[in-house]
Design a protein around this ligand. Sequence first.
Ligand SMILES: Cc1cc2nc3c(=O)[nH]c(=O)nc-3n(C[C@H](O)[C@H](O)[C@H](O)COP(=O)(O)O)c2cc1C
Ligand SMILES: [Fe+2]
Ligand SMILES: [Fe+2]
Length: 398
Amino acid sequence: MREIKITDDTFWVGVNDRTTDLFEGLWPIDTTGISYNSYAIKDRKNVLIDLAKAFKTDDFFDQISNIVPFSDINYIILNHMEPDHTGVIKTLRMLSPQAEIICTPKAVRMLNEYYGITERIRTVNDGDTLDIGSRTISFHHVPFVHWPETMVTYDQKTNVLFSCDAFGGYGALQGALFDDEYSDMAFYEKESLRYYANIVAKFALPVLNAIKKLSPLEIKCIAPSHGLVWRKSPAQIVELYRRWAEYGTNGGEKGVTLLYGSMYGNTEIMMNAIAEGIASGGICPEIFDVSRNHPSYMLPALLVNKGVAAGAPTYEAALFPYMQNILEKAALKSIRNKKAVYFGSYGWSKGALKKTRELTEPLGWHYIGDLEFAGGPKPHDIKKGFELGRLIAEAASE
Ligand SMILES: Cc1cc2nc3c(=O)[nH]c(=O)nc-3n(C[C@H](O)[C@H](O)[C@H](O)COP(=O)(O)O)c2cc1C
Ligand SMILES: [Fe+2]
Ligand SMILES: [Fe+2]
């Protein structure tokens, strides 16, 4: 395999995963894949930074041994203990028994709990440095980006930040590693947003804290553990992450996510009236049938758009289950401070509106209107629906 150099004696030794269907067993990556980026620095002391999931381990280890023999590895830096970056550590321990593991104090217990590893571990505190020959590297704790034990590693000579999950994205690498090598950056922006909304969104405050903490560093290149390496415009991915994290408090941008579910088409008819109302208010809604779209793809829209129109029928005195599912996922991921409307059909009693509000009002969703109707919508219901659409468009434009 071709040697992939990031910069001065620093190499990418990661793997592309194009066969796992669900990341974390939850989020579809079947069409996009994902990369587990791992890095090697050759110096007087040889260092590996983050590893990979236990997947294609022969390929992974072949790449490493092409750069540095296992007997010559001095340090294995584990920025984050999640098994997508540590899954091969037990095998690596056997291949490089002399190598010392470097991690935060909080990772020590996890190393034992996940892998039974208790020896040759060196813990580093926030801001600690390590001289590895021609350069010094430093360690910066970023708790909860993504787990409590997480840190990032900075090379003071090359100004590369090895940021692990922070600034990462879905999307296996398409034959090139760097942001300046891709013409279709829209793909990676979109997949980075989907990754952020699925994996990181819950931790918006820790993300903002980490960005603030790392801002004094001169960063020429961001090398995350998933997705592209940003050497042309590292500020671009930082600014995107900052913007996405700020949506957690400012509620997002002008736009409406229109979620609907319908068993027999009555709520769907109303959905069309609502969509027309939203469009007449100057916003083209992002429409999702909640039964046919995975939450992974709806969460980014919910995160970004300030307005939500949620339409679903009453089902067994409560809410249509797929609507409940996406609203629960929105709660799990802290999708907060939205302007919202509810609409939906019922047969003999109500229940869906109450459940919708129960699920989302604790998230700071503010309902500016709702529309429950029995059976099929009548012309006057359709008129009300159009008006409700116009209202949510107006509220989502503020
Ligand atoms: C399995 C099932 C359970 C339902 N449970 C309730 C209920 O508890 N209360 C109610 O008022 N309507 C209930 N309904 C009726 C639906 O809310 C009603 O048929 C509605 O018009 C469906 O809207 P849709 O055409 O958009 O699917 C239920 C319908 C089905 C199929
Ligand atoms: Fe993680
Ligand atoms: Fe990860």
